[in-house]
Design a binder for this molecule. Structure first.
Ligand code: HEC
Length: 106
């Protein structure tokens, strides 16, 4: 009985930890699209979002094939967006990149 309760409690803990940390929810193009349209993304202090200059991702259809895509993204973040460059391994950066890659016309 004791063992069963212990097992139950620890599995509840595991579930809580997993759901709170968002584990299992990887970066996604959907999340990236939200960031793309969010004027406060990356600590941006001005009212612009990526979509202000690239509405609906327009003009970025070719960007996915660009070997310097990571740098281009961060350049637009620190430049026009006046935000902070993102860690390229971060959830937000990878999501944003997935969104941009999803714009590519096959
Ligand atoms: C103030 C306007 C402005 C904002 C805001 C802006 N960009 Fe840009 N972006 C440009 C301009 C201008 C270029 C260079 C010309 C071009 O390729 O369209 C560019 C180029 C790019 C490119 C390279 C395109 C290519 O094919 O070479 C990417 C990728 C990009 N932007 C992503 C973003 C992302 C992501 C954001 C938001 C974090 C953003 N931009 C915000 C103006 C802006």
């Amino acid at each position: 009985m004791k063992l069963t309760l212990k097992t139950l409690v620890s599995s509840v803990c595991v579930v809580l930890i997993v759901s709170c940390s968002g584990a299992g929810k990887g970066p996604s193009a959907e999340h990236g699209e939200k960031l793309f349209n969010d004027p406060e993304f990356a600590g941006s202090l001005n009212a612009s979002s990526c979509a202000s200059c690239h509405p609906g991702g327009k003009g970025l259809e070719e960007a996915a094939g660009n070997l310097k895509l990571d740098d281009l993204i961060n350049r637009c973040i620190t430049g026009p967006l006046e935000g902070k460059a993102l860690d390229k391994e971060s959830f937000d950066f990878r999501s944003l990149k997935m969104y941009i890659e999803s714009l590519a016309k096959l």
